[in-house]
Ligand binder design. Structure first.
Ligand SMILES: NC(=O)c1ccc[n+]([C@@H]2O[C@H](COP(=O)([O-])OP(=O)(O)OC[C@H]3O[C@@H](n4cnc5c(N)ncnc54)[C@H](O)[C@@H]3O)[C@@H](O)[C@H]2O)c1
Length: 328
């Protein structure tokens, strides 16, 4: 099959490109390299250097070849930045999604897999894993913008027969176990790479946002899913969305507090992670843990790499081997 991956130069997209290639598919990447890296795209994979805000250029890519499906990762994705620059976030994520889905409908592309997010649940503090049926009530423009794209996909199915899978990721983390790709956000805001950088002496201390949440140790609880398991879910879902559109939560089903993450990094690296208290960040929920039962039941997906220590181990290895991250 031939697949187009938007945002394939980014963290999650680059790992899914590898999984698609490993599964024997033809892959091309569409990216504007705003946060992605050239070197994250494997040699030989064609690249369209295009901004999805440009509807004509986007339509040209979709019309360039007969695509069997599109995987849509390209997005702005920081909760905090979306609180500060809300209209920019809403516009970018909505318009890029609309341009892409419209071009897919116009060119007869019938399958789209979309990176949605647990941030669209937001809202009340929960101790229970969140099912797909939970109330959508985003706490941030970022979460809202993802839900807006889910709604575009709903109408694309109803009116144009474009089938989609909206995968509501919880926290993607880890790195390719073969060392071919890793996480390199600039600036990095994700806890695991930041804690590892402190352990490796590349940062002085970690700022822990909120230590007074109603959790067992006062820090936020998140569900970390290894990016290789996440990629595997995309491959399985692609096989499955021929007949109907689906929405799945995609997580490990087990939450770890920020302090437990720090302990794991200390355990795996053998180094101390200095941290300091900081205030809560607006838009952060206390607990976000996925109930991914429907994905497991429908596709047979079972995470293989998603214990916290394995996630930390693969991230540590990648950061040790790539001290500067991607160099282009
Ligand atoms: N990383 C996570 O934990 C996580 C959690 C939930 C959801 N998600 C979603 O998964 C997707 C991938 O996340 P990531 O961590 O890999 O992000 P990332 O920033 O590493 O990758 C995004 C990619 O999209 C590209 N891009 C952004 N805007 C574009 C545009 N207008 N046109 C073309 N390309 C554009 C960037 O250059 C980059 O390569 C995002 O949609 C994000 O919202 C990620």
């Amino acid at each position: 099959m031939r697949y187009l991956v938007t945002g394939g130069a980014g963290f999650v997209g680059s790992h899914v490109v590898l999984a698609l290639l490993d599964a024997g598919h033809d892959v091309a990447v569409l990216d504007n390299f705003s946060t992605g890296h050239r070197a994250a795209v494997p040699e030989g994979v064609p690249v369209y250097h295009v901004d999805l805000m440009d509807d004509q250029a986007t339509a040209n890519v979709l019309g360039d070849k007969p695509w069997d499906g599109v995987l849509h990762f390209a997005s702005l994705s920081l909760v905090g930045a979306s609180m500060a620059d809300s209209f920019h976030y809403l516009r970018q994520n909505y318009v890029t999604g609309l341009n892409l889905v419209q071009a897919c409908a116009a060119h007869g592309v019938k399958k789209i897999v979309f990176s949605s997010t647990a941030a669209l649940f937001g809202g009340p503090e929960r101790a229970e894993p969140i099912p797909e049926t939970a109330l959508v009530q985003p706490d941030s423009p970022y979460g809202e913008s993802k839900f807006m794209v889910e709604r575009i996909l709903h109408w694309a199915d109803r009116l144009y027969g474009v089938k989609s899978a909206c995968l509501r990721y919880f926290n993607a983390a880890g790195a390719d176990p073969h060392g071919r790709a890793g996480e390199d956000h600039r600036p990095e805001t994700h806890l695991i790479p930041l804690a590892i950088d402190v352990a490796l002496g590349r940062r002085s201390a970690l700022r822990l946002f909120g230590t007074d949440y109603p959790t067992h140790d006062g820090s936020c609880i998140r569900d970390y899913i290894h990016v290789t398991d996440l990629a595997d879910a995309h491959i399985r879902v692609l096989d499955q969305i021929g007949a109907r559109s689906v929405v799945y939560n995609l997580g490990n089903g087990r939450g770890y507090s920020n302090l437990e993450v720090i302990q794991s990094v200390e355990r795996v690296s053998g180094c101390r992670v200095a941290w300091e208290k900081a205030g809560r960040r607006p838009g952060d929920a206390a607990v976000l843990v996925a109930d991914s039962t429907s994905l497991r039941q429908d596709t047979g997906w079972t995470p293989q790499w998603s214990t916290l220590d394995k996630i930390v181990e693969t991230t540590l290895q990648w950061r040790k081997n790539n001290p500067e991250g991607y160099t282009r």
